[in-house]
Design a protein around this ligand. Structure first.
Ligand SMILES: Cc1ncc(COP(=O)(O)O)c(C=O)c1O
Length: 413
């Protein structure tokens, strides 16, 4: 059952093996599979694969060990795990009947608040996942323009329209041209080379760094000139870079925007928002899901939006993320043998290894030292990364880098 790892608990507690038996790849979320978490090197039982409970920026494994989390649920949790205000709102919504035959009034209330804080938002449709929101944006753009081709730059989730994974029909893949991030010439050349005007230009406006105003403005100009719908995927960036996302930071306003992740502090809620003239076409095509109006996610989003009204959440995320980056980055600079650097903007930064093996080794050593790092992109600052937890991080880092010293002290081999 233990597949070569030295597990010392009872077989019932061997969550990694039990998961491997019943869940292909070990987890339903790609980035939470053991291979994605830690790389493909052999892992011992000290390396956790499941959590039992989480609070603030800490999580506990089923065997009671505690870890400080730097990845914060792939950026889905911006306030903190089990935040009391969000939890109260969700429990209250659940206890009042999560879904009925009618949508809850929260659908209207949260839509109104999104219109207030997201520059491009005049109207709103809710969905459950970021992938659904981007698929809805593309469906809407194609319906509006009665065109098919899409220009895309970024990651938009797992659904067919934006995937080249096995199982996606070639015709679906051929309907999208991919352009590199921040490359004005490539964007212009790709559109010039098309034999048809595009339905949409869709951009993820922060990948390793914030997109340049010049690139986003070029996309805006080309969309206007060709009659394409300009879409920003702000699933990771809204409620983080600023409450209003990269569009609020750069002043470049898309026609449509997708939202998700930190909007509901980990509860599954996404949204497609945009200009009323475009959004209104949602009634002429088909975008709908039974759980799109579930009250719990909407209640969580309302509580998060109230957090943003009370304090400058984005600023605090950037401060917390920057301090985390400073602590880990300094420890890595002082330990050149580790071969990993901390790079990127403070609110969402990444680990860059000289080799994949060095990155794997750091992440494995860190978790043995009580620190859960995301392998590569991104580490996300949250409000919950407070002084005591950052002090604990600072206390743990020297032992983690020392453990990777080459020679007899090396723990990895
Ligand atoms: C920019 C962006 N868009 C869309 C998605 C897909 O969101 P979800 O995983 O909720 O479907 C992600 C997920 O990481 C993302 O980062």
């Amino acid at each position: 059952m233990t597949r070569g790892i030295s597990f010392t608990g009872t077989p019932d507690d061997d969550w990694r093996s039990r998961a491997a038996d019943v869940i292909p790849g070990g987890s339903s979320t790609g980035s939470k599979r053991p291979d994605a978490l830690y790389g493909t090197r052999a892992l011992d039982a000290a390396v956790p694969t499941h959590f039992e409970r989480a609070d603030g920026c800490w999580l506990w494994t089923p065997d009671g060990r505690r870890f400080i989390d730097c990845g914060m649920a792939l950026g889905a949790v911006g306030i903190g795990y089990a935040d009391p205000a969000v939890t109260r709102a969700v429990v209250d919504a659940a206890s009042r009947g999560n879904v009925t035959t009618l949508p809850h009034r929260l659908e209207v209330e949260v839509a109104e608040r999104l219109v207030d804080v997201i520059p491009s938002a005049e109207q709103v449709r809710f969905l459950r996942t970021g992938a659904e929101a981007s698929a809805a944006a593309i469906r809407l753009a194609r319906a509006c323009t009665q065109r098919e081709h899409v220009i895309a730059s970024g990651y938009f989730g797992w659904l067919d329209w934006c995937s080249d994974a096995p199982g996606v029909p070639r015709a679906v893949r051929d309907a999208v041209s991919w352009v590199p991030f921040n490359d004005i010439a490539a964007l212009e050349a790709t559109i010039a080379a098309l034999d048809q005007a595009p339905a949409a230009i869709i951009i993820e406006p922060l990948v390793h760094e914030v997109a340049s105003v010049a690139w986003l403005a070029t996309a805006r100009r080309l969309a206007d000139r060709t009659g394409a719908v300009l879409i920003f995927d702000e699933v990771k960036t809204a409620f983080r870079v600023l409450t209003g996302g990269v569009q609020a930071l750069t002043g470049v306003t898309p026609d449509l925007t997708t939202l998700g992740k930190a909007m509901a502090n980990g509860y599954p809620l996404a949204a497609l928002v945009g200009r009323a003239a475009v959004m209104t076409n949602a009634t002429k095509t088909w975008i709908s899901s039974t759980a799109a109006t579930e009250s719990t996610g909407l209640a969580a989003a309302k509580a998060v939006l109230e957090w943003h009204e009370r304090v400058d959440v984005a600023d605090r995320m950037a401060i917390a993320g920057g301090m985390m980056q400073e602590i880990i980055g300094t420890a890595l600079t002082e330990a050149p043998w580790v071969g990993v650097r901390a790079e990127g903007p403070p609110m969402m930064w990444r680990l860059v290894g000289d080799s994949p093996e060095q990155l794997d080794a750091l992440v494995a050593a860190a978790v043995r030292g009580g620190v859960l790092l995301k392998r590569g992109a991104y580490q996300f600052g949250a409000l919950a990364h407070d002084e005591p937890s950052l002090d604990a991080l600072a206390g743990a880092m020297p032992g983690i880098t020392q453990a990777l010293l080459p020679g007899p002290r090396r723990m990895e081999d």
